[in-house]
Design a protein around this ligand. Structure first.
Ligand code: SF4
Length: 459
């Protein structure tokens, strides 16, 4: 009982978070930056922050995550980090030779008030940025927002720094995939490609954080959106942005800067959300939906109807990032499951509170929703009103163990299981995979709890 001190009695807290259901902005910024080809993320702050950000991403993706730091010491903390960043830019281009450096700030550099654009301008003026190379930045103070905000800010920075309108509109569609796994990004792009659509996806961490083992270390893997593509995205016919919190700021910025119209959708988790995504692609690109996609959809519909008897009425507790939590809740309600405890730690998820309440309107049980909420409250709800299943990241496993409830790991971070960066849960195929995970957890529990009389071979 690792969390045996969690009290059942719930006391309202306004100034104290216990076990936050989120992590810090620069982690999301670093993840987004890794989705740019040839990019070295740079953490403008102390070494401790950067070590934590790298290790969080490395543990989740099981891949070495490269990044650099301004390595603040006492002097920089008092007088500002300009000298450190200018020196770092010089060192990085000289030693590692990336195409681009993506600088994000930390709590420390934000508190000092370092003006990163001014420092980058000085580095350029001092000849520290070689011809044809780039430096861009996002402000990511971690005392506001969460890793999702950091991702959104860095993705928006890609538009602000690079997108250009050349006066002509191409047939290309921009895809902004949201804070999802590399496999999800690949699946989102695959659906568009099967429909015959040319896309620019940003960021794109496929083949960066789920690349092959070749025996040869490549500091900058094959994948990632190129700077050239980012420049061209300002001339695309439209943008489809997935997830209001992680992707909308970039899509809106692109519309404002280059007049590229955007559609903001839920993450394509489950049947209805994927239908909306495919239909939006169809209309935006003026194409038809090929049989191959209709087949995938039909298989998912068949599976939903076959598996409904096991999933119907199951009570679920969900904790995670806002875009995922909303799309998951809608998916589960569509399966006639009952999401009854819902928490996201990201303050920006507040925008979703009404949508979440609307999504669970037809759930017959009492539903708890808290945005932002923490893991302590989540645990207390579970103690008072148990569920059949928890869906959440690795940190939920302590609660799952203490309360003896099956856990499906989903979201960020997942430190103790593999496969999430290789097997998508987006699109029709991804929904099948997610349902398989949910069904396995529920039926494994049924088998475990069955006695000799009630144990069934065929379920
Ligand atoms: S100090 Fe701020 S930026 Fe650094 S690890 Fe902590 S929360 Fe993140």
């Amino acid at each position: 009982m690792l969390l045996r001190h969690t009290p059942t009695e719930i006391k309202e807290r306004s100034a104290l978070t216990v076990n936050p259901a989120k992590t810090c902005q620069p982690i999301g910024a670093m993840y987004a930056a890794l989705g740019v080809h040839g990019c070295l993320p740079h953490s403008h702050g102390s070494q401790g922050c950067y070590a934590y950000h790298r290790s969080a991403l490395t543990r989740h993706f099981k891949e070495p995550v490269v990044a650099a730091t301004s390595a603040f010491t006492e002097g920089a903390s008092v007088f500002g980090g300009q000298a450190n960043l200018v020196q770092a830019i010089d060192n990085i281009f000289t030693v590692y030779n990336p195409e681009v450096i993506a600088v994000h700030t930390t709590c420390l550099s934000e508190t000092i008030g370092d003006d990163v654009p001014q420092i980058v301008a000085k580095a350029k003026a001092d000849g520290k940025v070689p011809e044809g190379k780039y430096v861009f930045h996002a402000n990511t103070p971690s005392y506001v927002g969460s890793h999702v905000t950091g991702f959104a800010n860095m993705t928006k920075a890609m538009v602000e720094y690079f997108a250009e309108a050349n006066g002509l509109k191409s047939k290309t569609i921009n895809l902004i995939p949201g804070y999802v796994e590399p496999a999800d990004m690949a699946e989102i792009r695959r659906l568009a490609t099967v429909m015959g659509i040319t896309t620019i996806m940003f960021p794109d961490t496929a083949k960066v954080l789920n690349g092959p083992l070749t025996g040869k270390y490549k500091m900058f893997p094959e994948g990632g959106v190129t700077i050239n593509e980012l420049q061209k995205c300002g001339s695309s016919a439209g943008t489809v942005a997935l997830g209001r919190i992680a992707s909308m700021p970039a899509a809106r910025a692109l519309d404002a800067k280059c007049k590229v119209p955007c559609q903001i959708l839920d993450l394509p988790i489950g049947l209805t959300a994927t239908d909306a995504f495919v239909d939006t692609l169809r209309q935006t690109a003026g194409v038809s939906v090929p049989d191959a996609i209709n087949l995938e959809r039909g298989q998912l519909v068949d599976t939903i109807s076959d598996w409904h008897q096991y999933l119907y009425g199951k009570r679920v507790a969900i904790v995670g990032d806002p875009d995922q939590v909303l799309a998951l809740t809608r998916f589960l309600v569509g399966l006639d499951m009952r999401p009854v405890h819902i928490i996201t730690g990201s303050p920006s998820g507040k925008k979703y509170e009404k949508s979440l309440r609307d999504a669970v309107a037809r759930v017959p049980d009492a539903v708890n929703i808290r945005v932002p909420g923490d893991m302590l409250l989540f645990h207390q709800w579970l103690k008072n009103n148990p569920v059949d299943l928890i869906i959440g990241n690795t940190y939920a496993k302590y609660i799952a163990k203490d309360e003896d409830i099956p856990l499906v790991r989903y979201g960020f971070p997942i430190y103790d299981r593999m496969g999430h960066s290789y097997f998508s849960t987006m699109g029709y195929r991804g929904a099948l995979r997610l349902m398989e995970k949910i069904l396995d957890a529920i039926l494994d529990r049924k088998d475990r709890d069955a006695d000799d009389i009630t144990m069934e071979l065929v379920m």
